[in-house]
Unconditional design. Structure first.
Length: 335
């Protein structure tokens, strides 16, 4: 197909605009430095603003000048103010996603390692940073706490639907790798006759214990402080594992499923994950690639989960949509 010089120039311009990293990184810098809140009450001189955030005046001027173009700030006579779109930088959701001082924003550090992840199937995060994502979080309590908070906020969008769909009464529920207990806590609150066991590593388990106590659930929940690669608490009525397996390669996923199978016996195992190949939107596709960059894994299809379950002696007996591509997969022992 022959293209005119004008068509080529326009297409290249659109490609460069899409691929350009300047504004995305500039926004992250502005949010991390907390510039917007400093000028929310009125303009400040660039030197005063730079001093307030511990930055260089020249750098602040260049940053603000660029972002003023898109309406996030104003810059008049060296006075920095909040632009018509500046309120966006004050939102909690923006800060959680873009402030590099918060745990969830650190996932973006995996992008420079994406090529390595695609080439090798390993973690792009480790290639770029020299350590795993969770190892980096583990070095900083503030990062860990903010990451926990973001995961709890995300789970709040779908937990209610999932909990209602479970249709429980007085069962004993084991939540494997359940973080600070947001999902298990919701189950126990929705079904007052149920009991729960959370399986988590020590530092996370400690934070979960505090959360359960604050909700008045301590007498109905036990915490197994351990890895999910170790033998799991046996004899429960239901085993949940939510938003965990997309962090692990196939071999480790099979090992986790084998532990679940050993503990569950004939009890159902319910996986909660985004499924590929179905009702994916742009956010689901982006999340899939991001998980691949961070962990070298990403999301899987129902067929892929069925194959891995089969290796662990389990059958996939049903799936149910929860929210968008997020779905449940029920596993039972192979017959």
């Amino acid at each position: 197909m022959t293209r005119t010089p004008e068509e080529v120039a326009q297409a290249l311009q659109e490609l460069h605009r899409t691929a350009d990293l300047t504004t995305p990184y500039a926004l992250r810098a502005a949010v991390t430095l907390d510039l917007a809140s400093r000028v929310a009450g009125g303009p400040l001189g660039a030197p005063e603003l730079a001093g307030a955030v511990g930055a260089q005046v020249a750098g602040v001027r260049k940053l603000v000048r660029l972002l003023a173009r898109d309406g996030y700030f104003t810059l008049d006579d060296d006075q920095v103010g909040l632009g018509p779109r500046g309120w966006l930088l004050l939102e909690d959701a923006t800060r959680a996603r873009l402030d590099h001082g918060r745990g969830y924003a650190r996932v973006d550090d995996a992008w420079p390692g994406l090529v390595e992840a695609i080439r090798t199937g390993g973690s792009g995060y480790e290639a770029a940073r020299g350590k795993s994502f969770y190892a980096e979080l583990g070095d900083d309590e503030q990062l860990v706490a903010s990451f926990d908070g973001q995961l709890a906020e995300w789970s709040g969008h779908w937990t209610g639907r999932l909990v209602e769909a479970l249709g429980l009464s007085d069962e004993h529920v084991v939540d494997v790798g359940g973080g600070t207990g947001a999902l298990l806590g919701a189950v126990l609150l929705a079904y007052p006759e149920t009991r729960g066991t959370l399986v988590e590593l020590p530092s996370t388990a400690e934070r979960a214990g505090r959360s359960f106590a604050e909700q008045g659930l301590s007498d109905r929940v036990a915490i197994a402080t351990q890895s999910f690669f170790e033998p799991l608490p046996a004899g429960a009525d239901l085993y949940l594992i939510a938003q965990v397996l997309h962090n692990w390669p196939d071999g480790e996923t099979v090992a986790i499923l084998e532990r679940l199978s050993q503990a569950a016996g004939d009890a159902p195992i319910v996986i909660v994950e985004r499924l590929t190949g179905g009702a994916e939107n742009d956010a689901d596709l982006a999340s899939d690639l991001l998980m691949y960059a961070v962990f070298g894994v990403g999301e899987r299809s129902a067929a892929e989960f069925a194959a891995l379950a089969g290796e662990a002696g389990l059958d996939l007996v049903g799936t149910r949509q929860v929210l968008g591509a997020l779905s449940t997969l029920e596993l039972r022992p192979s017959r």
